[in-house]
Design a protein around this ligand. Sequence first.
Ligand SMILES: Cc1cc2nc3c(=O)[nH]c(=O)nc-3n(C[C@H](O)[C@H](O)[C@H](O)COP(=O)(O)O)c2cc1C
Length: 459
Amino acid sequence: MNIVVLNGSPKGELSVTLQYVRFAARKFPEHTFTIFPVAQTIRKLEKDEKAFDEVISAVRAADAVLWSFPLYFLLVCSQYKRFIELIFERHAQAAFAGRYTASLSTSIHFFDHTAHNYIHAVCDDLEMRYLGAYSPAMFDLMRKSERNRWLAFMQKFLEGTARQAPSARVYPPLAFPDFTYTPGPAAAPVDAAGKKILIMKDGRQPAGNADALADALAARFGGAAEVVNLMDIDIKGGCLGCCKCGIDNVCDYQGKDGFIDFYNEKVKKAEVVVFAGAIHDRYLSSRWKMFFDRSFFNTHTPTLIGKQIAFLISGPLGQIPNLRQILTAFGEFQESNLAGIVTDESADSTAIDALVAELADALVRPAVPGYAPPMTFLGVGGRRIFRDEVYGMLRFVFQSDHRYYKKHGLYDFPQKNYRVRRMNAFMMLLTKIPSVRKKFLKTLTQEMVKPVKTIAETR
Ligand SMILES: Cc1cc2nc3c(=O)[nH]c(=O)nc-3n(C[C@H](O)[C@H](O)[C@H](O)COP(=O)(O)O)c2cc1C
């Protein structure tokens, strides 16, 4: 069989993920693997339709397609995202329809599931036959057991393709509402109390109602908010994955375009940061993705701590819980307060006006100043992955993260808690005595609530 591999790493041949593909190709010599570096060559594919058509023709002739990509900022990289947008913009969906497919990523498992959900949904939109996702940690291929596991996945994928295994659509098609938001007459503006408010829109067409939402929110602040169109920022390209920023947060693009200055001077210095955009396929635009990827020059440290943030989204966000999870997670790991997400899904301008007004208020007048909710699994789990990786394998590459984590007490490993360790050792010994164990089990729930109950009753 002929397998077309869509390599989604900006590093092309130097992709770690691609080594999994090369390994599989060696182990299954009866099949041909044709690899296209679509992320690395995205500029060419955008400009040169013949080059793009070459990829599409290969897909059309393939028995199966493998999406092979690194995780970038909870998704695929902006260049790969752009390739996916081109498929739809250039009406090339038919080449993908009916093809068997699977997705492969490498990562540190930080939101790898949201990236695979995204690709799976795109495959469903392309009417492909999706047979599964494979998401190893970056260096898993070094271990024999993991190599075998990967080959088992590939065996299953190839075998499923050969016998035309049935596959069900998991993500229903999206229904985009046909509605134009017309903001009502401006009410008295909210007092921004001198706060720096930044509203960013991506300027990518079709923008749906995203610009109108951004303008309506800006109007609520009566000129106190700065509205920036990302198209007006000189951004030379997507993140290249070179990781040169790891040592001291100096990006390879430093001095070559305007993104870093914009991020440092405008985004980091604002107290309120609003992101406005339309849904393109199952995410925002690739321009937004480029913004998030390029912000990676800050590596694994939060840059929006304590800020009020919000998203203004045009499109069917309610039908894409995966995207809502990504936006929520973003707020959590940035340690900011996600004050709200307003969409145009109600298709009711008056109702949207009310939500925009409420959001404006919440952004500059939170009920309790400086409020940020406690993190959920998204933030807590993500932070622990970062903590372990930066402490471990990634430390020498991401030295500035290491310094930050040390300084800010983020190396909060449980093994450092000597009081709890002593207590555990003592209690484990004690509960070996049958009579103590019996009493322990009998009073466990009372003992568990005791310290919290005391606080609740006395403080
Ligand atoms: C800009 C950037 C963003 C990243 N974002 C994530 C992420 O969200 N989750 C994750 O687990 N790994 C993330 N990574 C790590 C890469 O996914 C990982 O290093 C991957 O193995 C690189 O694969 P490649 O060599 O095929 O490009 C990121 C790396 C870069 C450079």
